[in-house]
Design a protein around this ligand. Structure first.
Ligand code: OAD
Length: 231
């Protein structure tokens, strides 16, 4: 029974209309990463940062899962072993497609976090710099997303699952942001088969045992069929 870990990135949600970061029309060609995705940027201009994530929250709410999300949910339902999705995405399209084991290592647009007391709650559609924390009442609320310079969520548990998996699949990620970009090497070092599914070879593409290139909506369902096919 294969134990499967799947890493997803912005490319899996691209065909749902959510922008990627580093493609030619990606978010980081329109916004300055240092201004909207770092603690220092938030300290300088919290309104700008809330505006950025409010817009992304609205886009994500209007998006629907595509055939790649659906196929991964089907894999979890039909596969006899464990299937874990570790996503760098802050949208909830995996959950809305029906996947249950989804770990958001870069946080989620659905969450609000108090920078002062650490309390977490459901984010309203629009967040603002002077929103009070429901627990400590201080106006120190922020989106519950992980910014550059911060430590991603659940890293110890992810390392355990990478060490235990038989198959590691990376989908729709450019492989340019660590620690996620290092997962393929961690899984390979413990003997897992590693497969990349992406529009084009990622920067770490040579580290994978195999690769399939194309649209996620096409190559992910085909790969799931292969994994589920009786041997
Ligand atoms: P990137 O924008 O860096 O990479 C997206 C990848 O998806 C690229 O390699 C594209 O070729 C591929 N792609 C685009 N459309 C696709 C499609 N329809 N089917 C399959 N693949 C497609 O996004 P990420 O790798 O997710 O972090 O970026 C990683 C992190 O960098 C993000 O979580 C975010 C960002 O800065 C933070 O904000 C902390």
């Amino acid at each position: 029974m294969q134990d499967i870990v799947i890493l997803t990135g912005a490319g899996v949600s691209a065909e749902s209309g959510l922008g990627t970061f580093r493609d030619t029309d990606g978010l980081w060609t329109k916004y300055d990463l240092a201004e909207v995705a770092t603690p220092e940027g938030f300290a300088r201009d919290p309104q700008l940062v809330h505006d950025f994530y409010n817009a992304r929250r609205a886009n994500a709410r209007g998006a629907v899962p595509n055939a790649a999300h659906d196929a991964l949910a089907r894999l979890e339902r039909a596969h006899a072993g464990r299937v874990l999705i570790v996503t760098q995405n802050v949208d909830d399209l995996h959950e809305r497609a029906g996947s249950q084991a989804v770990w958001h290592m870069h946080g989620t647009l659905a969450g609000a976090l108090c920078a002062a007391c650490g309390h977490r709650w459901e984010a309203p559609p629009l967040m603002a710099p002077d929103d009070p924390c429901p627990a400590c009442q201080r106006p120190t609320t922020r989106p519950d997303v992980v910014w550059f310079g911060e430590f991603p969520y659940r890293m110890e548990e992810i390392a355990d699952r990478l060490a235990a998996c038989d198959l590691f699949v990376s989908i729709g990620t450019s492989g340019s942001v660590y620690p996620a970009a290092g997962f393929v090497a961690e899984a390979a070092a413990r003997g897992a088969r590693t497969v990349e599914l992406n529009l084009e070879p990622s920067s770490g593409g040579a580290l994978f045992d195999e690769a399939r290139h194309g649209l996620a909506s096409e190559i992910v369902p085909a790969f799931v069929d292969e994994v589920l096919a009786p041997r």
